[in-house]
Every structure is written in C-alpha cells, then in structure tokens.
Ligand binder design. Sequence first.
Ligand code: ATP
Ligand code: MG
Length: 507
Amino acid sequence: MELKENIYAVLFESIQEGLILVDGGGVIVQNNSTSEQMFGYSNGGLVGEKIEVLVPSRTRKEHVNHRDTYHKKPVKRSMGSAMKLNGQRKDGSVFPVEVSLNPFKDDNGDHFVVALVSDVTIRRESQEKLEQMTQSLEQKVKERTAELRESEQLYKSIARNFPGGVISIFDRSFSYLFAEGQGLYELGIETEDLIGINYLERLSSETKEKVKEELEKVFSGEFRNFEVEVDKRAYSLNAVPLLNDNDEIDKILVVEKNITAQREMANKLEQNLIKEKDLNEMKSRFVSMASHEFRTPLTTINSSASLILKYHEKENYDKLDKHVARIKNAVRNLTSILNDFLSLEKLESGKITTTFQEQDLVKLIDEILDEMSGNLKSGQKLINNASSNYTYATDAQLFRNIVINLLSNAIKYSDENDIIEIDIDDQKDFCLISVKDHGIGIPQKDQERMFSRFFRAGNVTNIEGTGLGLNIVERYLELLDGSLSFESKEGEGTTFFIKLPKKQINV
Ligand code: ATP
Ligand code: MG
C-alpha cells in the first residue's frame, strides 16, 4: 500500500464520526468501523448494502428520491441539525443522526459521496431537555407575570377602595410614585394627575414644614404617625419606609386618613361633657348657695308669722300690714332665686325657644313698670322716658325677663326715694334701652367680671342676691341677637344698656 493510502486508512478508522463511502447507485463501497458500531453491523457487514438500510424504514422511499436528485446535482452539505434526521440500526431501532455529504468523482469520472455520520442522541436529548426547560421557564415567567399583574391589580383595587383616605408612595424628593384611595376621588383628583407631582407642593405653607420634617424621619428609617390640618380638614398620616433590593430606603409609603368627622364628633362629645359638668357644678353650687340664701327670707317669714299671731291675739291689728308685707317680700326673694335657677337650667339645656313678633316696646315697658311697682322701696319711683311708638320684632317673654331683672337690680341697689328711669334710643339698625339708677354703683375693680355666674361686687355683701341675674340677662340677649353693657360709678349710680338689633321677621 502506498503511504498516501495508508494515511487515508488511518484517518478513516481513527475519526470519531461514522464514515461511509457510497457510489452513484447508493451502494456502500466502503465504511469505517465506527459506522458499523453505530448502526449495529458486524465487521464488513455494510459493504455492498444500499445506503437506505441505514435510513428508517418509513422514510426509505423518500430517501431514494432525495438521493437521485442529489446525485444529479451533488453539493457538499450537512443535514440533520435542523432537519432532525434519524438513522436505523440493524435491529430496527432508530436514533438521531447528523450527516454531512461530500461528493467527489474518481479518476474514471464515477460519482461517489462520502457521508460523515454522527450519533447525536446525547446532543439531541440535552437539546430537547434544554428546550423543555426553556419552555417551562418561559411558562413560569408568564405565569409569574400574570400573578404579579393580578396582585398589583389587587393592591391597586384595595388602595382605590381605601375609604376616606389616600395611600401613596413617594420617592426621596417627595414625588408621587403611586396614589390611590377614595379620598382622592372625593376631591375629584385622579391618580394620573398626581404621579410625578411633588406632594409637599400640594400642602399649605404652614403644614408643609411639619410634614416634610416628619417624612424625612421616615426616610431615615422611622415609622411616623402624625396629624395635620388642611383647609379645615383633619388628616391622620401613617408613614413607613420601603426598602429596595439593596436594603436601602428609596421610597416611603404614606397612608392618609381624613379624620375630620371623628375629630368633630370628639369635639362635640367633649363640649357636651364640659357642658354637663358645668351644669352639674352649677347645680351643686346653687344648692349650697340657695340653702344659705333661703335662710334669711325663711327666718323673716317665720318671725313675721309669729308676730302676726301675737298681734292677732292682742288684737293689735295696726302692725299686721307691715309683717304681711315682710312675708310677701321674703316670698318674692325666694321666688326670684328659684326663677333664676330655673332660667339657668333651661338656658343650659337649650330648652328656651324664641318667638319673634312685632312688639310696641313702650307699651311693653309700661306693663313691666306697672308689675314692678309693687317691689319699689318706699319713695322710689319708676319713670318711663320713652314716648314714641317703637315697634320691634322681638320675643316678648324674654324681653320682659330681661327688663325685670335689670329693674329689680336697680331697685335693690338703690336707696329709698331714688328714681329709676327707663328710656329708648332708637338708631338706624338697633335700639338701646337704658335702665338708669342713682344707687350704690359698681366698684371699678369688679366691673370686668359683672356678667360671670355667681359673681357679686364687693359693695353688696349686705344685700341679698345670688349673682345669677346678669348672667341670665346676657344669655337671653344672645338668643335675641342683642347684647348687654353698662356704665357705672361707685356711689353715684349705674346705667344698663340693652342693645337690640332691628329684625326682619319672616311671616
Ligand atoms: P340675683 O341673681 O338675685 O339677681 P344679684 O343681683 O347679686 O343676684 P346679678 O343681678 O347678676 O346678681 O348682679 C351681679 C352683681 O352686679 C350684683 O351682685 C351687684 O354687685 C352688681 N349689680 C348689678 N346691678 C347693679 C346695679 N343696678 N347697681 C349696682 N350694682 C349692681
Ligand atoms: Mg340681680
């Protein structure tokens, strides 16, 4: 054998792939042992066989056609990787192959093809495995994405339905990354309006600083809970830091809740509680005061009654009148204390209602003066200086109580023979009714506290009274949209002014 042929023979045998030399008729002329092992043939068992024996039975026919076509126009080419070619072993079993065809002509011009065949079972398997893995991975990614989208949707709809508030996420510059909640929709704001907007810019200048300070603490890792007021609305804010994959805080979650209604409710409850406490306190003060104040008139009544009895026995009727008058006066005092208390109780519990009706004030005052004349000290005189017809829309009952209170003070705090004058000053939008006396007056230092409940000036300790009258008058006037004021000089006298607005009454 020549050296060249020797080299070929060595190459032929040592090569990893199966090598099969086929002639123009598709008959195997030569092959290496690798190809025999690959296809399960014994040594030399393939030579003389048609190449088709190595092709799976069901594709043999096709293969013959392919081979004919190829033979007419042979080109070097590889097959199998994309085509998924299979080979068939002698025992009929099939396995994946890759084939490359190399045509050539011998010196006689006869056509031959060298087929290089590789068993790609392992490669094909791993390829398929890889494909499967890729597919299942892709499927998983798809599912996960859908899940994420779903959970995102879920969070969004939870946030969107968050009642009476807003759930937001801010970045370090306090710009909105996310915002949802009924609180937004109540204000007519859409999520899209806020994304990218600076949250602090939406706040008033007073609240901005506070909120910024608090939220900066959240960016440094604290959980904060605080309240702010915006446009008379009260909000409670809960803010927590959000960590990124590197465990850094780059966002914060803020839950804002509108607590205006709760706040108002709490305020109302507190006010009611205070009112109730006040009322209770007033009642107990009144009871202790009344038991003290009741003693004097009751003693007077008791002693006058005994004296009446005594004079009656002695048939000394001259002095009876005096004691009857004393008893009457004492009863009047008691009644006035009780009336004060009832008025206050009614005022406190809001039971007093007003009925505005046109009133001829001068006539009304005349009636009151007539009523009060029985209470005058000896020589005292009540004078009504108002003469024209002043018609006013007011509540007659409350007006009467007010004037009676002021007149009884004027009588009580004036001496015998003093005159008490009442007048009306009619102005464009209001009228001033004045009650003027020339009595003991009110010391300057006490004047400020005159309308406080139970307050009595320092110069009246010897005169009976509870210190409730003016407080009641002032509150009655509030109900009439009016007000009370006075001028006084100790030892000279006092003038009280009732200011009443001119009211339109809707009939
Ligand atoms: P009451 O509850 O029985 O009326 P009171 O007269 O003491 O008791 P107010 O009518 O509220 O209570 O008056 C408060 C205080 O104001 C009086 O105690 C008195 O010191 C002072 N005062 C009120 N009216 C006059 C007046 N016309 N002249 C002087 N002092 C007055
Ligand atoms: Mg009084």
